[in-house]
Design a protein. Structure first.
Length: 447
């Protein structure tokens, strides 16, 4: 484990990188000599350009990752971080490949400057790899439409984890995007930079991946994207993805995901908007779609303390009792009752003279049902398998806005249970009736 230095202005790859005065000239020069746990310091004035593809295989391990850190070269070792170092490739079919466990801070990577071929930035390119990038920029400068920022390995025996903290991206062609494959990808903060070309789809799952991946996007500014951008593009493997608290482009008219979904796939957009709206929800799953609704709402039921909304659940044709169901996001409420019966209630609305039955829709509740442990117990108001279905309870006394409905039908889902500990009660709605639209008031009442 050692401190090593790189500075393009006066460095030489023939030097040993032991001091700023003996700095390497390129990151590849450091990569050739690094050992597990090294700090590889990159000068704030570092700017390297390579006329070929660049492949770095850092020696870092999970126990001792390599730290590639841009810092002010006024001290040795540095005491002040920076984020102004750059690395660029400018040849046909050139880009960057990152292998090995590493933490990277403050470097801008530009692939394929001036080119029109495929020039990609490939991260976590080895099984069981953990890579974190902090305050970095990933820029596809080539107009090659197949260029990608690949944020996780597309095919691996053991999955990988890639994390971006406050990282920015830029593209040069609408067919480009971020590719996620097997493992976990997290993007926390950062933006889509101005001055580039908005991709048609921001995220594209790795073609041919059979294990899928998990993708979480939090707090990212996408206001520079095109108004019609798709967030998660056509998919090729089971994938679970969530985008939350992100800023969308003005007048966004795009969609959450496109392509054919498969069992196990679920995409969620939570609290994302171009303006000052704070309740937007959009879920697309194999079994249907869920969206926030601001018109058909239950009177006097502010979901977040200010906005009165419902969730529109729309099932697909092959939903079916008892297990092929469109499942709502979690709806939670705190319970202080111990040892006495509690009834959980959710209110629903649909447009039909025919009542929903307990094999069409039901509430599923998890509560603390074991004394002395936080062990969750489950209960449901669904019909027992092989039982005779019955109507869910009438809710005629509740007031909803029912604009445009022919036969507004108000019902409620409720189930009673006896908690043995205080704690959160977690409810979900299951919709099993094929091709049905139901509006759920997402406020869980406990009484």
């Amino acid at each position: 484990m050692a401190n090593r230095y790189v500075r393009s202005t006066d460095g030489s790859d023939a030097d040993d990188a032991s001091t700023w005065a003996l700095a390497k000239a390129t990151i590849a020069g450091l990569d050739a000599i690094d050992t597990a746990g090294d700090y590889l310091y990159v000068s704030q004035s570092h700017a390297e350009t390579t006329g070929a593809a660049v492949s770095w295989s850092f020696a870092g391990t999970e126990a001792s990752p390599t730290k590639l850190v841009c810092a002010n070269d006024g001290a040795e070792p540095p005491t002040t971080l920076a984020n102004t170092a750059t690395a660029t490739t400018n040849a046909a079919s050139s880009g960057f490949t990152f292998s090995g466990n590493c933490y990277v801070h403050g470097i801008s990577f530009t692939a394929g400057s001036g080119q029109s071929t495929t020039c990609s930035i490939l991260q976590s390119q080895a099984s069981s790899t953990i890579q974190t990038f902090n305050q970095c920029k990933f820029i596809l400068a080539s107009t090659g439409v197949s260029s990608r920022i690949q944020a996780s390995l597309s095919s691996a025996i053991n999955p990988v984890q890639t994390i971006w903290n406050d990282c920015d991206v830029k593209f040069a062609a609408s067919g480009q995007g971020i590719q996620v494959g097997e493992g976990e990808f997290q993007w926390r903060g950062g933006s889509l930079l101005s001055g580039g070309t908005s991709p048609t789809s921001l995220f594209v799952t790795a073609a041919g991946s059979q294990r899928g991946g998990k993708c979480t996007i939090d707090g990212v500014d996408l206001s520079n994207a095109g108004t019609g951008i798709t967030i998660f593009g056509s998919v090729a493997a089971p994938t679970v993805a969530k985008i939350r608290n992100c800023k969308l482009p003005a007048s966004w008219s795009g969609t959450l995901t496109t392509g054919t979904l498969y069992p196990g796939q679920r995409y969620e957009m939570i609290n994302c908007d171009a303006g000052d709206t704070h309740y937007r929800i959009w879920v697309q799953a194999y079994w249907g779609t869920i969206k926030s609704e601001a018109t058909l709402v239950r009177t006097g039921s502010p979901t977040n303390g200010a906005d009165n909304i419902s969730w529109q659940m729309v099932s697909v044709a092959n939903t079916e009792y008892p297990h092929q169901t469109l499942e709502s996001p979690e709806i939670i409420a705190w319970n202080d009752t111990v040892g006495s019966s509690v009834t959980a209630t959710l209110h629903v609305l649909h447009d039909s003279a025919t009542n929903l039955k307990d094999n069409d829709i039901w509430i599923e509740v998890m509560y603390c049902g074991t004394s002395g442990a936080p062990l969750g117990s489950y209960t449901r108001d669904s019909v027992a398998v092989l039982g005779a279905a019955a109507d869910q309870a009438s809710d005629a006394g509740e007031t909803w806005t029912t604009t445009g409905m022919t036969n507004p039908n108000k019902q409620k889902l409720n189930v009673s249970f006896t908690p043995q500990e205080v704690g959160w009660v977690v409810a979900r709605v299951h919709l099993a009736l094929a091709s049905k639209t139901v509006y759920v008031d997402p406020v869980l009442e406990l009484a």
